[in-house]
Design a protein around this ligand. Structure first.
Ligand code: SAH
Length: 240
């Protein structure tokens, strides 16, 4: 009897964490939706296709592991989903676009502000050597840390804190991605960006249109900003 219980329990645990054929098919559907959104927004972003490496990375990350159990059946829908504490995991197309715009290279060290579920960090981790991610809501930071560890992402470091101030200890970064909307581009993040580096950040308030911005620091350290696309993100909070 004990043996049978153990067997059943093992099967249940296994089913909860395994990446099945059904998940892989759903992930293919998600990639098709992302490709379609690229076509629809080509005028804004100046390209009608996603970087194949980004799609490859998103085809690998088990998004269903990053959403609450009750939302699993929507895990691969091309839309944001609630993750608790009033926060959301971003829409897959937006994750693809932000990752794509960062234009990362294999050896890069990336800072993410707004860990949330850890999904964006996991997608980046498939493409670069090290991801540092900061989350202001402690329980979310802790959950993301445990989830990423359980899924075997060894090149992501998560800490709880206010990402407005960046992560001085690991700066400068090759690229920075902010996944919550700020009222302005935080100066500490510009400081912590390497010359030649890029930051992708939504800027605007909760009640106004937010714009996804690409901030580029050239080799001489001058900064230019380009508007990419109107977007909607949860706000960047904190005491700054
Ligand atoms: N990248 C996430 C989605 C994040 S939603 C994912 O892939 O799931 C935005 C997150 O930013 C929320 O979890 C929110 O708590 C966090 N956040 C808001 N203000 C912050 C700040 N000042 N510093 C760090 N994280 C912040």
């Amino acid at each position: 009897m004990i043996g049978l219980c153990t067997l059943i329990l093992t099967a249940v645990v296994h089913a909860a964490s395994v990446d099945t054929q059904r998940h892989r098919l759903a992930r293919d559907g998600m990639l098709s939706a992302i490709r379609a959104d690229y076509q629809d927004t080509a005028n804004y972003i100046g390209q009608d296709r996603a970087d194949p490496d980004v799609l490859l990375a998103m085809g690998k990350v088990p998004r269903h592991e990053f959403v609450p159990r009750g939302a699993r059946r929507h895990a691969y829908a091309n839309r944001p989903l609630p993750i608790g504490h009033g926060q959301t995991i971003s829409q897959p197309y937006i994750v693809a676009l932000m990752t794509d715009l960062l234009d990362v290279e294999a050896g890069d060290r990336i800072l993410e502000v707004g860990t949330g579920s850890g999904y964006q960090a996991a997608v980046l981790a498939a493409l670069v050597s090290q991801v540092y991610s900061i989350e202001i809501i402690e329980p979310l930071a802790e959950q993301a840390r445990q989830r990423l560890q359980r899924l075997g992402y060894s090149n992501i470091t998560v800490r709880a804190g206010d990402g407005y101030f960046g992560w001085r200890q690991h700066a400068p970064f090759d690229a920075i991605v902010v996944t919550a909307a700020a009222s302005h581009v935080p100066p500490p993040l510009i400081e912590q960006l390497k010359p030649g580096g890029r930051m992708i950040i939504p800027v605007g308030t909760r009640f106004m249109v937010q714009e996804l911005l690409m901030v580029v620091k050239d080799d001489a350290g001058s900064v230019t900003t380009r508007q990419i696309l109107p977007v909607r993100f949860v706000p960047l909070t904190g005491g700054h």
